[in-house]
Design a protein around this ligand. Structure first.
Ligand SMILES: Nc1ncnc2c1ncn2[C@@H]1O[C@H](COP(=O)(O)OP(=O)(O)OP(=O)(O)O)[C@@H](O)[C@H]1O
Ligand SMILES: [Mg+2]
Length: 479
């Protein structure tokens, strides 16, 4: 929807703006005001804008005028007088009288607001009280005008003294002034409100444009970064594989026996090479996940073999650190849709972390449970949510009794390279990439990951994965 907001400056509104009668009071209001005066004083009044447009007033022909209009010459003279009255501007005093050939008069008064002329008030026709006989101009306008008839109709005209008209005009102006004042106030408030809405709208639009530009720039930078990382990682991997391979050959004595010290040096080269390789592999995976080029083979799988495999792979490492590693699989776990190798990678990472950050004598449990979640209504069954089956999820918890993660650090540990303790004296290895890869892999499976506290100590990582979509036959039997 487009909102039209007029372009009005405050200066224009309050200081130098031209106030127009018709902007301040509606026609109905002006008509009502005129009607009140006619009822009170019996003299017609009309209001004209400064451009000469009739804004309000009480019409109704005087009987004398109707009579004069029946004659050819009278009609012409009458039209001329009406034209003069309509067009006549009051002079400097703001008050002028036009006398008709019938002897009736019109007072034309300037209407002012805030020191500026905004229109004219025309009071009349009325018969000034000094008219004592049928004026010669009326008798002479057309030979068919009859004196007696003219005199009797003159008597039906509203009679008024000049002072009475002055008083009526003053009352009228005072009443109009009041109406104009409140109308002006309402107009200013209205326009100021519109101006401020317009300004806010403009600012908002400006900010949105700036945000969009920044967002586009960041997206482009992010894409460049991912491409760069992918290329660099790939190029680094090849020479590194040679370094690792040759150091292994040296260790195995393929190039002749080495002294113990040489052995130690070569071992360091090998270990650091492996460390660097895993960092490069991590970067490569992250950039593939970020750019959406990671290849995953999704199929319907069971999660228990994946978790058993993780436990058996990491049991030796846990045992070495005197940590108890247990697997606890709940009943009736539903099938999931996923890539088992990637899910294995997720839980290997989490259990490796748990092992790394749990002191000797601690324990780690890998627990899988079925959780019934209400349908989120976003799928086809939206609108039929009462009939829709609940969406089952599997929650896998990696529970350790380790050093724990403070609540305020929990959202940050999923950022690449973020480590809770990043000091140089940090006793745990790693680059800080594991969890960022884990989170993206879980999300690629339509899942979520969160961290909870383990009481009295330790951390719980909760990975929640949706059940594989039901086949049509299963869906029918489920409802
Ligand atoms: N189970 C845990 N207990 C306590 N802190 C943890 C645990 N898991 C992760 N963290 C904290 O989160 C940080 C990020 O973990 P992440 O796996 O991303 O990196 P890393 O293990 O330090 O390095 P990498 O996984 O790349 O080898 C860790 O450095 C650690 O501070
Ligand atoms: Mg890790």
């Amino acid at each position: 929807m487009t909102v039209e907001v007029p372009n009005v400056s405050i200066d224009e509104l309050v200081l130098h703006g031209r106030v127009r009668l018709e902007d301040l009071v509606d026609r109905e209001g002006l008509d009502e005001l005129c009607q009140t005066f006619v009822t009170l004083f019996g003299i017609p009044v009309r209001i004209y804008s400064s451009e000469g447009a009739l804004l309000g007033g009480v019409a109704g022909e005087q009987e004398l005028c109707a009579y004069v209009n029946t004659t050819t010459q009278g009609r012409k003279a009458c039209a001329a007088i009406v034209g003069t009255v309509k067009a006549r501007e009051p002079d400097g005093t703001g008050d002028v009288v036009t006398t008709c050939f019938t002897g009736a008069a019109y007072r034309i008064l300037a209407l002012e607001y805030d020191g500026r002329r905004v229109g004219r008030l025309i009071v009349g026709p009325f018969l000034p009280n000094n008219v004592v006989d049928v004026p010669a101009s009326l008798l002479g306008v057309d030979p068919s005008v009859a004196k007696d008839r003219a005199w009797s109709l003159l008597g039906k005209m509203p009679l008024a003294k000049a002072e009475t008209i002055t008083r009526i005009a003053a009352h009228f102006k005072a009443a109009l002034d009041l109406i104009l004042f409140s109308g002006h106030k309402a107009l200013i408030t209205n326009k100021m409100h519109l101006a401020s809405v317009r300004e806010s709208y403009r600012q908002l639009e400006e900010k949105t444009t700036r945000l969009q530009e920044a967002f586009d720039r960041l997206k482009e930078l992010d894409r460049l970064k991912s491409n760069f990382l992918a290329t660099v990682s790939h190029e680094l991997r090849t020479p590194l594989t040679s370094i690792i391979g040759y150091s292994e050959m040296l260790s195995e004595g393929l190039a002749g026996e080495m002294k113990p010290e040489q052995h130690e040096f070569v071992k360091t080269i090998h270990d650091k090479g492996e460390q660097l390789l895993s960092l490069i592999m991590g970067l490569l995976e992250l950039s593939k996940l970020e750019s959406g080029t990671m290849r995953m083979t999704m199929r319907t799988i069971r999660i228990d073999p994946v978790l058993s495999d993780v436990v058996s792979t990491l049991t030796p490492a846990a045992r070495k650190r005197v940590i108890k590693l247990e697997l606890d699989i709940g009943p009736n776990l539903p099938d999931l849709r996923g890539d088992p190798d990637r899910l294995r990678q997720v839980f290997l990472n989490l259990v490796e972390n748990a092992t790394k950050f749990t002191p000797e004598g601690g324990s780690i449990t890998l627990r899988a449970r079925t959780v019934e979640a209400e349908s989120d209504g976003t799928e086809e069954e939206a609108g039929l949510s009462l009939l829709a089956p609940t969406r089952t999820r599997v929650e896998v918890r990696v529970i350790d009794t380790g050093i724990g993660i403070p609540a305020h650090e929990r959202p940050k540990v999923f950022d690449p390279f973020y480590q809770v303790d990043s000091s140089t004296t940090r006793e745990y290895g790693g680059a800080g990439l594991g969890l960022s890869i884990v989170k993206r892999l879980v999300e690629a499976h339509g899942g979520t990951i969160r961290i909870e506290e383990n009481r009295p100590r330790g951390t719980v990582f909760v990975v929640s994965l949706p059940q594989a979509p039901l086949s049509a036959a299963q869906a029918t039997s489920a409802t």
